[in-house]
Structure formats: structure tokens, C-alpha cells
Ligand binder design. Structure first.
Ligand SMILES: NC(=O)c1ccc[n+]([C@@H]2O[C@H](COP(=O)([O-])OP(=O)(O)OC[C@H]3O[C@@H](n4cnc5c(N)ncnc54)[C@H](O)[C@@H]3O)[C@@H](O)[C@H]2O)c1
Ligand SMILES: O[C@H]1[C@H](O)[C@@H](O)[C@H](O)[C@@H](O)[C@H]1O
Length: 329
């Protein structure tokens, strides 16, 4: 485990308590005290750097949960060491690094990389994909998406609205529609006064796929009230909408209320569990099958174009990349 912050600790708990067939044997973090604290609870060693973890003879597979800009370096090192590597999103914060990764993996000759696009393991998104693939709503025409976080830390900057947040929708749109985004634009409403001056929040992203589906996505990472993920696909003969997480409807004292989850840990807990269970099983089988380095690279291309679109205020178009046979699904 490289990076023992919020999600690193969550995945350590998951590998230790939920998944069978895996054990955390070594951790590292640039904040050594943080790494030591978690290591002491699971009997793992603390190693000085990510490269020490990757090259440790007792380490069979690597999980990268450090900050986004550090991911590509560790993924490339894991490929060089011939070890399977699970990398939290984003695979790379610049598409050229994503390209280096897909080239290195192809040169190695076998898939080693999985990217942490956990929404593909969520029951609601899976049900939506089944409906779209069945043809029941006809050809998809539009999608309306909302990605709201209760709040983000001060280190979060405006480019992260795409690289760190919208990257989930970029991946799930590609997966649900089996298509790529070829045009992107960003609209910037008045900024919320509830957070930092440096941050453009909210942002509205407008995408178009090569098949002509138009998508609007609201990213609002300081919405205050909770963690709220919405998605609706509009087809020629029907619509399909992501269900809200199950909660009771309480009628009391003249009120009807239900709860809103507060963070991604709660909202996607079951998806993360399934993602890690399947990843560990696929390593044992010698056949990785989750979101690939190609998915990480393709999302980075769209993410770079969207960042450019916000900086320039223009619509940015991009060519649909040719997926190599190595990454055929
Ligand atoms: N799939 C999801 O929904 C999801 C949820 C949360 C975070 N993430 C991703 O996981 C990554 C980590 O996010 P987080 O919320 O845990 O952040 P965090 O800041 O809580 O933790 C990151 C940790 O990485 C450490 N770190 C930074 N650079 C390092 C390096 N070079 N080597 C070793 N350790 C290093 C930091 O000290 C910190 O402890 C991000 O890429 C984020 O996008 C994904
Ligand atoms: O790293 C987190 C994580 O990926 C969450 O799922 C997302 O909602 C946040 O916006 C992002 O900052």
C-alpha cells in the first residue's frame, strides 16, 4: 500500500477484514507517522518509499493510494517490476503519462494495471447498464449527471473538479454508452461563498460522445448538505435513472424525511468491496478484468481536454483514440 491517507486506510481495512486471499504486508507514506500508525494495527512493515514497497520480495501486488500526480511514477515502477498494480483514480493527471503506462504494459505483454473506477461495481450503475444494453429505452440521446460532495479540503484546486471528481463520470459515461467523449466544454456559474476563494465551484461540464449523445454534468464539491450522485439516461423510448441509496422514509410530527449520505465511503462501500474482492481473485487466476490502463488513459485524454476547455472558455474537440487489440474487452 503506497499512501495511507483516507482511502489508503479504507482499502487496508478492506483487504484485511473483507477480502479473502490477500494480506497487507508493507505500507509507506511520505507522512511516516501516518504509515506507522496504521501499520501497527495490522502487523505490516513500514518501508521508506513507494519504490521500496514495489521492489520488496514479499510484495506480490501493489495498491497505489497516494495523491493523483504521484500515481503514474508508481504504476510504471510496478510494471517494470512485473507486479500487478491497483491504482486509485486518476491513473495519471496528464494524458502523456497515461500513454507511457499503456505502452509499458503492452511491452511487458500482459495486463498488470487496474484503475479504481469503482462505480462500475455499483449495483445501481450495473442495473442502468443492463437497461441501456437491453435496448428497452431505445438509443440513448442525453444524460444528466450530478456529482456533489459535502466539502473538500483546501488543497483541492479548480483543475481537480475534472481530474479528481468528474473523472468518475467520464469513466462511467464511456462504460455505460460504450463510446468516447469527443467534445467538451465547461461553464462556470457564480462561485459558492461557502468555500475557498481559489476554487471555481460549482462547474458545469458539457460533453458529446462520438455517437452524438449529449451529457451535462454538474460538479459541486462544497454543496454542504451531503454526498449526492445522480445520473439519468434519456433514450428514444424511455429513461433510466440511478436509484438513491436505500433509506427509510420517516413520517413524524407533520414531516416526511429521509437521509442523505455524507461521503463516498458510505455511498460506494459495497462497490469498493466487490472491486477489491474481484481484483484479488483475478490476480490469483492470472487474468485481470477490471477497468484497465486503457480506461485510465482514455479518461485522462478527456480530462486534459476538459481542463483546457475551462482555461480557455472554448469548446475543445478531440479524436476518439484507437483502442489497441491488447485492450479489447
Ligand atoms: N475511488 C474513489 O472514490 C476515491 C475516493 C477517495 C480518494 N480517491 C483517490 O485516492 C487518492 C488518495 O486520496 P485520499 O482522499 O486518500 O487523499 P489523502 O490526502 O487522504 O491521502 C493521500 C496520502 O498519500 C500520501 N502521499 C502523497 N504523496 C506520496 C508519495 N509520493 N508516496 C507515498 N505517499 C504519498 C499522503 O501523505 C497522504 O497520506 C487520490 O488519487 C484520490 O483521487 C479515490
Ligand atoms: O477523491 C474523491 C473521490 O473520488 C470521490 O468519489 C469524489 O466524489 C470526490 O470528488 C473526489 O475528490
Amino acid at each position: 500500500m503506497i499512501g495511507t491517507g483516507m482511502i489508503g486506510r479504507d482499502h487496508i481495512r478492506r483487504v484485511t477484514d473483507v477480502v479473502t486471499g490477500a494480506q497487507v504486508v508493507a505500507v509507506t507514506d511520505i507522512d511516516v507517522e501516518r504509515a506507522k500508525e496504521i501499520a501497527s494495527t495490522i502487523d505490516a512493515r513500514v518501508l521508506p518509499t513507494g519504490h521500496d514497497v514495489i521492489n520488496d520480495p514479499l510484495v506480490d501486488a501493489v495498491v497505489v493510494t497516494s495523491w493523483g500526480p504521484t500515481h503514474a511514477e508508481y504504476v510504471l515502477a510496478a510494471i517494470a517490476a512485473g507486479k500487478p498494480v491497483f491504482c486509485e483514480k486518476p491513473l495519471a493527471t496528464a494524458a502523456e503519462d497515461g500513454l507511457r503506462i499503456v505502452e509499458a504494459e503492452q511491452a511487458f505483454g500482459r495486463r498488470l494495471v487496474q484503475v479504481g473506477f469503482m462505480r462500475r461495481y455499483d449495483a445501481g450503475y450495473r442495473a442502468m447498464k443492463r437497461v441501456i444494453d437491453s435496448g428497452e429505452i431505445g438509443a440513448p440521446l442525453l444524460m444528466h449527471c450530478v456529482h456533489r460532495n459535502q466539502s473538500v479540503p483546501q488543497t483541492y484546486h479548480s483543475d481537480m473538479a475534472v481530474q479528481d471528481t468528474a473523472v468518475h463520470e467520464i469513466d462511467i459515461i464511456r462504460w455505460l454508452l460504450d463510446d468516447d467523449i469527443v467534445s467538451t466544454q465547461v461553464i462556470t456559474p457564480r462561485r459558492t461563498a461557502n468555500r475557498f476563494g481559489h476554487l471555481q465551484d460549482p462547474q458545469v461540464m458539457l460533453f458529446e460522445t462520438s455517437g452524438g449523445v449529449r451529457i451535462d454534468l454538474e460538479v459541486f464539491v462544497n454543496c454542504q448538505y451531503g454526498y449526492d450522485i445522480q445520473c439519468e439516461t434519456v433514450g428514444e423510448t424511455g429513461t433510466v435513472r440511478l436509484p438513491d441509496p436505500a433509506d427509510v422514509w420517516l413520517r413524524s410530527a407533520g414531516q416526511l424525511r429521509t437521509g442523505v449520505l455524507q461521503d463516498w465511503q458510505q455511498r460506494f462501500a459495497a462497490a469498493f468491496d466487490r472491486e477489491f474482492t474481484e481484483w484479488v481473485a483475478s490476480i490469483a487466476d492470472g487474468r485481470l478484468c477490471g477497468p484497465s490502463a486503457w480506461d485510465g488513459y482514455a479518461t485522462a485524454l478527456i480530462s486534459d481536454a476538459t481542463t483546457e476547455a475551462r482555461h480557455t472558455g472554448r469548446v475543445v474537440t478531440l479524436a476518439r483514440p484507437d483502442r489497441p487489440a491488447f485492450y479489447a474487452t
